[in-house]
Design a protein around this ligand. Structure first.
Ligand code: ADP
Ligand code: ADP
Length: 227
């Protein structure tokens, strides 16, 4: 069944130079368990789209439906979000960072710790639960952010160039790890990147966006054998 549906989604920004169409009547749908990448040049509206999907931004027209319901505000129980930089809290340990969204919704502390620990193990950081972000590498910080994105067990992961800041080797490893997590957890993933190769390697469908104004110009179904 369909978990994400984007219908005629448009976003206009008003600037001093006048109105600017960042997205123009975008439509697409993502099936449960799908791994869809969105690729496109800088400025085509990828981040705008992600913010609309998370409910952080309001569309000018059109709508985003998650499980058939229009998104009007962030839905952390349904969508986990990950950005280019890991945005961890520097004074908290890896475990505390991962558990943080649970503390915000009043979950039991002991239970939250155990859940955070399990997720850190899942992303290969079982030996680093007490490290603070500054004591971890870029790739490790990004893995902590992935664990945090999973902590409330959302069915959907929205990722905005999550590996862009990493060196190529680490990015490759993170891609492999994400595929593994996807296969283990059967989440629906929307992955934004500007790298076409990475998109084709990782996802089952690639939506290519063009600019001026932002719209989908091509849909590439990928049928690669999975590791
Ligand atoms: P991408 O993520 O693909 O690089 P963005 O969604 O960040 O694209 O931006 C799409 C376009 O909208 C760009 O031309 C950008 O300059 C413009 N834009 C983004 N945010 C704003 C804003 N708050 N106000 C005005 N223009 C914006
Ligand atoms: P760029 O964003 O610089 O255009 P790409 O994402 O297209 O880079 O990737 C550059 C090279 O790195 C490609 O040859 C690709 O095979 C490899 N690569 C990068 N990231 C991954 C990944 N996550 N999984 C597999 N291969 C990757």
């Amino acid at each position: 069944s369909e978990v994400i549906r984007v219908e005629n989604l448009s976003k206009m920004y008003s600037t001093r130079e006048g109105d600017f169409h960042a997205l123009d009547k975008l439509s697409f749908a993502i099936e449960e368990g799908g791994f869809v990448s969105i690729v496109g040049p800088s400025g085509c509206g990828k981040s705008t789209l992600l913010q609309l999907l998370t409910g952080l931004l309001e569309p000018t027209s059109g709508q985003v439906l998650i499980d058939g319901i229009e998104v009007r505000k962030p839905l952390p129980e349904k969508t986990g979000v990950m950005f280019q930089d890991a945005t961890l809290l520097p004074w908290l340990t890896a475990e505390e960072n991962v558990a943080f969204p649970l503390s915000l919704c009043g979950k039991d502390k002991k239970e939250s710790q155990l859940r955070a620990r399990d997720l850190l193990k899942l992303v290969g950081l079982g030996d680093f639960i007490n490290h603070r972000p500054a004591e971890l590498s870029g790739g490790m910080r990004q893995r902590v952010a992935i664990a945090r994105g999973l902590v409330r067990d959302p069915r959907i992961l929205l990722m905005d160039e999550p590996f862009a800041a990493l060196d190529e080797q680490t990015r490759f490893k993170m891609g492999e790890e994400l595929l593994w997590i996807w296969q283990e957890t059967r989440k629906t993933i929307l992955f934004i990147t500007h790298g076409l190769t990475e998109a084709i390697y990782l996802s089952d469908t690639v939506l290519v966006m063009g600019t001026k104004p932002g719209r989908i110009i091509e849909v590439i179904p990928v049928d690669l054998p999975r590791p």
